[in-house]
Design a protein around this ligand. Structure first.
Ligand SMILES: [Zn+2]
Length: 577
């Protein structure tokens, strides 16, 4: 959408009021969409006051949080939490009034200058929060100052104080000893760089969903570090069968060691949406949140964010914003049990892990596939990034080629290291995505006598797998169908003549073998030594028996005449129409 058009929409959106909200199928969390963005005269006054107020310098992550609060993405919060509210959310996942809120909003600035300023502040003061260029971002009206316990926060949000966890590390890196609380007023929002023209605020989404498009339901989907794959598509399209529209929300602000660059992720999504999704029912814009890596708690936070954007449904997959092995599989789903559907106010739809089964010939899950690992390609976001580093766009079974082509340009780090290795070992990648290879020769193929040890696998095995999947994954269902058609087609037009000929030739040749052996049996002596190619009659008879068995087991070619007796009707044909 061009930015002038968007600008016009913002103006229009201002007409949204409580009365209109009441008619929508969704309501903001806590009942009211927060708007703490200063405009016009209020903003001018704020900017003027800011010149003489004590200054606290904030980083980009804090500036983004300020924008989220001010625009209502984090409704009902109007600022940073006071101690009571903070501890309540941290320890119980709820606000003091009982409303679910899983990740406390706190502000404990670091830096010598900031700490000096904080020491001089008291409750009731107003401060201005400025960015690294000293540009005022927001005003903060202090209603609480309290000492801040980083261990306590890490332990409660992430369940660990291990600094290897990126969310935990961020707490110790970014948070100081004293937290400031109070309502904020946004004066300037941070620039969105390449995403500036795509951003949308809650007041625009409500307007779009319920005034312009007249949707009655919208399912939201938040995605992390990966280019789109068919697991995403499976879940989204399942919901699209039921709801009016899909809101796709790629997160574009986070720190992860290896990932796909946000610009490329957005472009990969765009290409897939354009080709495979109904344009009138698919909306995408980036969500710029600080990537807190809160695992299960983050899934709940995203649900509330989607609710504040107007979504009625949220799709939750298996491994939500998971990092390493800190969380149980599906823990992002079980955490929702702590809240009633009424409390959350958004319909959460859970999905099992999606994989591609070559025998079903579709993306599927444990709930719907009847087969085993020998015919499955598992879909893993980090595994897909590994394939991109190995120089392959992922098999079309698990990612649309449009997505892979752009993803391979944006993956970080790119390629392999000097030792020819990637971020993860080849064995780990194969175990995660292609477990069939450890136990079977080829996808859908014969079982190995001895399973392979993942530790022995190298990038050569990845190449073998990619070649095998390219050549055979699409054949398994197709060849199965051909066998059935060969046995059942009454119209033989699509049965290849050369196959019928081969079947016939096999029979003719075998009949010749039998005739020869019959003569040999007739002429054989009762006793003969095997050593010089002579056989006893019993031995020759044994060969003849085997040859006859082979003929009996060889399929007869099916001709049009053979199938003639498969078609009959009791009544004249015209009686049927
Ligand atoms: Zn299957």
């Amino acid at each position: 959408m061009p930015s002038e058009e968007r600008g016009a929409m913002v103006e229009q959106a201002l007409v949204l009021d409580q009365e209109k909200f009441a008619t929508y199928p969704q309501q903001p969390h806590g009942g009211k969409l927060v708007d703490r963005v200063a405009t016009g005269e209020e903003r001018q006054q704020g900017l003027k006051r800011a010149q003489t107020l004590p200054k606290i310098m904030v980083d980009l992550e804090a500036a983004i949080t300020l924008e989220l609060i001010a625009t209502g993405v984090l409704s009902p919060h109007e600022g940073f939490m006071n101690q009571q509210e903070y501890l309540s959310c941290l320890e119980t996942g709820r606000m003091t009034n009982g409303l679910p809120w899983p990740v406390p909003l706190s502000f404990a600035p670091i830096g010598t200058r900031n700490v000096e300023t904080i020491d001089s502040l008291s409750v009731g003061d107003e401060v201005v929060l400025v960015d690294e260029d000293h540009k005022p971002i927001a005003l903060l009206q202090l209603d609480d100052i309290f000492s801040y316990d980083r261990d306590h926060r890490a332990q409660h949000i992430f369940g660990t104080t291990d600094r290897k966890h990126p969310g935990v590390d961020a707490i110790y890196r970014r948070m100081g000893d004293t937290a400031l609380a109070g309502k904020i007023t946004l004066l300037n929002r941070p620039d969105w760089g390449p995403f500036e023209g795509m951003r949308m605020e809650p007041k625009e989404t409500w307007q779009l969903f319920y005034e312009e498009k007249k949707y009655t339901s919208v399912a939201g989907f938040v995605t992390g570090a990966n280019p789109m794959h068919r697991g995403h598509e499976y879940m989204q399209k399942n919901l699209l069968e039921e709801v009016d529209a899909l809101l796709l929300l790629p997160l574009v602000e986070m720190a992860k060691r290896e990932y796909t660059r946000h610009e490329f992720r957005m472009l990969a999504y765009r290409s897939v949406l354009d080709e495979y999704y109904p344009p009138e029912r698919s909306i995408m814009f980036p969500l710029r949140v600080t990537y807190v890596f809160a695992g299960p708690r983050e899934a709940v936070l995203h649900a509330l964010i989607l609710k504040n954007l107007g979504c009625t449904h949220k799709i939750v997959g298996r491994d939500y914003a998971g990092v390493g092995d800190y969380y149980e599989l599906y823990e992002s789903q079980s955490i929702f049990d702590e809240f009633t559907p009424e409390e959350l106010g958004i319909d959460i739809r859970f999905f099992n892990e999606v994989f591609y089964c070559v025998r079903c010939a579709q993306p599927t899950t444990l709930k719907t596939c009847a087969h085993d690992d020998s015919t499955r390609i598992y879909i893993s976001g980090s595994g897909i990034r590994e394939l991109l580093r190995h120089g392959f766009i992922p098999p079309e079974e698990i990612a649309r080629p449009e997505s892979g082509r752009i993803g391979i340009q944006g993956v970080q780090p790119k390629g392999l290291n000097e030792e020819g290795e990637s971020v993860k070992s080849a064995g780990k990648l194969i175990q995660t995505m292609f477990p069939y290879y450890l136990t079977h020769i080829g996808i859908g193929g014969r079982k190995r006598e001895k399973p392979l040890d993942p530790q022995d696998l190298t990038k050569d095995d990845i190449e073998i797998i990619m070649l095998d999947i390219q050549n055979n994954a699409g054949l398994i269902y197709k060849q199965t169908a051909q066998e059935y058609a060969r046995a059942a087609d009454i119209n033989r037009a699509r049965q290849p003549a050369w196959v019928d000929k081969a079947h016939e030739d096999v029979r003719t040749e075998q009949e010749r073998v039998i005739r020869t052996l019959e003569e040999k049996v007739a002429n054989a002596s009762e006793n003969a030594s095997d050593e010089f190619m002579y056989q006893s009659r019993a031995e020759a008879q044994k060969e003849l028996d085997v040859a006859r068995k082979i003929l009996a087991e060889t399929g007869e070619p099916i001709t049009e005449e053979d199938t003639a007796d498969r078609v009959w009707n009791i009544a004249p044909y015209e009686n049927y129409y």
